[in-house]
Ligand binder design. Structure first.
Ligand code: ADP
Ligand code: ASP
Ligand code: MG
Length: 813
């Protein structure tokens, strides 16, 4: 015999009921079946709601009742169920209505009445499903489970009387020869015939008890997901079904929140080694999960992740409890007297505090009871009144194999830490099958996804980007990401998603990732008014793992936002130089925040676009080298200008051309005044460990006063035209010496300077072409011949690719 259980999710709609019928029909050809059904999806909740409203004297219980009634009658009609059955249904419904009226009049809802009330869900569903099967031509009979399953009492915390139950089941199925027997799940009775229920989600348990009673060959739990997943698939998209799992693991997973299986279900079948299969009513061909005695040999250390929401932490704390025996005993006895379920316990080794995780709705009872139990101690100030924290959740790592692997908790906590998830309490089962942590409920989804990535996705990582500035460089960055997406996925196991984009006018978000090909249109058409504060708030509240803010602007306002991101452990990647060249305190603060919150702050493109200058410097410093001096040509724009400035081409025209080709900032004065180069050498000085500010960089400008004081970009060009003779003179002087003009940055003896230099032939700068940059690092190790980095140091493509490689660096982080 086989037991098939269909949950509320499988019998929720007329369409899903049709699936149920076809699954049962097929299975009945192979074996005799016991079919256990839940109430139609959501009906138990509705019954409880109606009861509660009635008990509060609220007449709106009537409309809830009407909805329940309608739902059942609709099913009856859809399946063409005959009058006789419908009259039985009507009599159930009128009993239910009477009961609700009674509750309404006496304003009381006892546990006993709640049980009877809830039972109608399963009584009605089993009635209709049986009839629908008959109409399909199946050989089927309905049996009320209250006549078979016997519990110790009518309270919510009862146990199954197995001797009586098994005897009932055996004798019934020995006498009945029906091919299919349908039973309502969830319901049972005491020895004296009082109706009881097996707890929320209890139909799974009914199925297991029946399976044990008839020594079935297997139990199939049919639900709305294809098995027990590595994490709740509704929260973790990447979660996947676990093919096989041991009873113990399944039990641990369900105890810690994997709702797909009601926790007590395992016990009766485990004793008889009856396998459980979890199957999907909406995709019957999917393999699902097989739960057996053995599980399988697995290389994975962790089998699954779970979460329990609506948790409160209660903490008993005080010097008065240190070393005094019996405090915990009194605490737990008080909780047990109140029938409060303890989900997790941690105690500081100082014995100074005991912390217990319980369900939110029991927290106020717990507080009352415990404060009154310890009234004396609280009055004598040996102890503080019970501390209650709410809106928490427990997340747990579960696996038989965890005990054989080192460092699992280390990985777990570092993953949570990197994602700025605060851990309120930790507990590890002595069996090492489970490590759990209490965190804020708002962080659960992020935590599960980050942990899932860490433990199940073969080092696969998803990066979530928020990009400010999608113009020239930003647009190229998005193109590069689009082009590389597949490669990164396949070769580096890296999945990059852009969640938010903004320019100075509009911003746009999509939590599942913006379609990059259409990003321009999306921004224009669906974008809302840009607001940096809102952009930051959204990025923070979306609370995604591995978040990165990318600044591709030249804006002060955007640069001022970095600290807000870093404090949320959101990494910052910037080509905007403003932050790193701003006041030293600000730069240092950002670096400190980056360390403190474990969030990379990367700005390789601040100097030399995509050239690996800052990274090389960081590696030199980290490996103990010391910088003695730096000589560099760091302005692609100025290099372009001076390489193209010839007698025949005026200085004015050369600058114009540089701007037209995108080699200068929109305001070319930022390049030509040397301020941009000064910022770059300042950043290199700081990265070499010096405390320096921009004012301290000696800037010997080659522009005239008039050029520098020009009122606008067009005015600036006019002044250039006027001063042509002056520029020709500078050029002529250099040419006479056979020298090249280069705008050079230097760091030497603790001083930084920038200025135009005449470079003689033979010098490494002499042949620097186009818009190239070059940096010479003289260090303790590279003292005779410098370490040289040279290459294209300006331009949209190379800057975008520098940003891109900073972003990809997060994969090993
Ligand atoms: P039924 O009504 O069929 O009994 P439940 O709602 O009780 O269904 O259980 C199925 C649900 O359990 C799934 O829809 C899923 O959201 C949830 N769930 C939580 N954790 C897991 C997990 N690890 N694997 C599968 N499902 C899970
Ligand atoms: N109908 C009950 C509930 O919703 C039992 C079950 O579905 O397993 O809790
Ligand atoms: Mg269930």
């Amino acid at each position: 015999m086989r037991v098939l259980k269909f949950g509320g999710t499988s019998v929720g709609t007329i369409a899903s009921l049709r699936n149920v019928l076809s699954i049962v029909e097929k299975a009945s050809k192979e074996d005799r079946l016991i079919v256990v059904v839940s109430a139609f999806g959501g009906v138990t909740d509705q019954l409880l709601k109606a009861g509660l409203l009635a008990s509060k004297n609220d007449p709106s219980f009537n409309s809830v009742f009407d909805a329940i009634k309608r739902r059942h009658l609709e099913v009856a009609t859809a399946f063409g169920i005959e009058e006789e059955t419908t009259s039985k249904l009507y009599s159930y419904l009128s009993e239910l209505e009477d009961m609700l009226r009674g509750i309404y009049y006496i304003n009381e809802l006892s546990e006993k009445t709640t049980n009877r009330l809830c039972a109608y869900g399963e009584l009605c569903s089993s009635l209709l499903i049986t009839e629908a099967m008959k109409l399909e031509g199946l050989s089927v009979n309905r049996k009320n489970a209250t006549e078979l399953i016997i519990t110790s009492n009518g309270k919510s915390k009862q146990t199954i009387r197995y001797a009586a139950t098994n005897a009932n089941i055996t004798s019934y199925f020995q006498t009945s020869s029906e091919r299919i027997t349908v039973l309502p799940g969830f319901v049972a009775a005491t020895e004296t015939g009082e109706l009881t229920t097996l707890g929320r989600g209890g139909s799974d348990y009914s199925a297991a008890i029946l399976a044990a009673g008839v020594a079935a060959s297997e139990v199939q739990i049919w639900t709305d997901v294809s098995g027990m997943f590595t994490a709740n698939p509704k929260l973790v998209k990447q979660a996947r079904p676990i093919a096989t799992i041991s009873y113990q693991e399944a039990m641990e997973l369900s105890h810690f929140g994997a709702k797909v299986l009601y926790p007590p279900t395992i016990v009766p079948v485990m004793l008889r080694r009856i396998p459980i299969q979890i199957k999907n009513t909406f995709s019957p061909e999917a393999a699902g999960t097989l739960i057996t005695h053995e599980g399988t040999e697995r290389t994975l250390s962790v089998s699954g992740l779970t979460n329990i929401d609506s948790i409160s932490l209660i903490t008993l704390e005080g010097t008065g409890i240190v070393g005094i025996p019996g405090i915990s005993k009194r605490l737990f006895e008080t909780l047990s007297q109140q029938s409060i379920n303890v989900i997790l316990i941690t105690q500081a080794s100082s014995e100074h505090s005991i912390c217990v995780g319980i369900l939110d709705n029991e927290a106020s009872f717990a507080k009352q009871a415990i404060d009154s139990e310890f009234e004396n101690e609280i009055q004598l100030e040996k102890m503080q009144p019970l501390l209650v924290e709410t809106n928490l959740s427990i997340i747990a790592l579960v696996g038989d194999n965890m005990k054989n692997h080192q460092g699992i908790s280390g990985k777990m906590f570092s993953t949570l830490g990197k994602n700025n998830i605060n851990i309120r309490a930790i507990a590890q089962g002595a069996s090492e099958k489970n490590i759990s942590a209490v965190i804020a409920s708002k962080d659960v989804k992020k935590a599960l996804n980050a942990l899932h990535e860490r433990f199940f996705e073969d080092q696969r990582k998803q990066l979530n980007l928020y990009i400010a500035g999608v113009g020239n460089v930003g647009g190229k960055l998005i193109n590069q990401i689009t082009q590389q997406k597949q490669y990164l996925k396949e070769k580096l196991n890296l999945n990059i998603r852009v969640i938010g984009i903004t320019n100075s006018r509009k911003m746009h978000f999509n939590t599942d990732g913006i379609s990059l090909k259409d990003h321009k249109t999306l921004l224009e058409v669906e974008g809302v008014l840009a607001d940096m504060d809102v952009f930051i708030k959204n990025a923070i509240s979306l609370n995604k793992r591995n978040s990165i803010f990318v600044d591709v602007t030249a804006s002060d306002l955007v640069a001022a936002s970095y600290s807000k991101f870093l404090k949320q452990s959101i990494a910052v990647v910037a080509c905007n130089k403003i932050a790193c060249s701003s006041d030293y305190e600000n730069y240092r603060n950002l670096k400190e925040l980056s360390t403190k919150y474990n969030a990379p702050f990367l700005f390789e493109t601040n100097v030399g676009a995509g050239l690996p200058i800052i990274d090389t410097l960081a590696n030199l410093m980290a490996s103990g080298d010391e910088i003695t001096s730096i000589e560099a040509v760091l302005s692609g724009s100025l290099n372009f200008v001076f390489n193209n400035f010839k007698k025949e081409a005026t200085f004015h025209d050369t600058v114009k051309q540089a701007q037209a080709e995108g080699y200068t900032e929109p305001d070319p004065r930022i390049d030509l005044s040397g301020i941009d180069v000064a910022r770059k050498i300042l950043i290199l000085a700081r990265e070499s460990g010096m405390e320096m500010n921009l004012e301290e960089v000696i800037n010997k400008p080659f522009l005239t006063e008039e050029n520098l004081n020009s009122s606008s970009v067009s005015h600036f060009y006019e002044t250039l035209k006027k001063d042509e003779a002056y520029f020709q003179k500078i050029l002529g002087k250099a040419q006479k010496k056979g020298a090249q003009l280069k705008y050079v940055a230097q760091l030497k003896d603790g001083k930084a300077s920038v200025g135009l230099e005449e470079i003689p032939e033979g010098h490494p700068f002499y042949n620097l072409e186009g818009k190239d940059n070059i940096v010479l690092f003289y260090t303790k190790r590279y003292h005779e011949q410098p370490l040289i980095i040279k290459g294209a140091g300006a331009g949209g493509e190379v800057t975008a690719s520098g940003l891109f490689s900073d972003i990809i660096r997060m994969r090993t982080y």
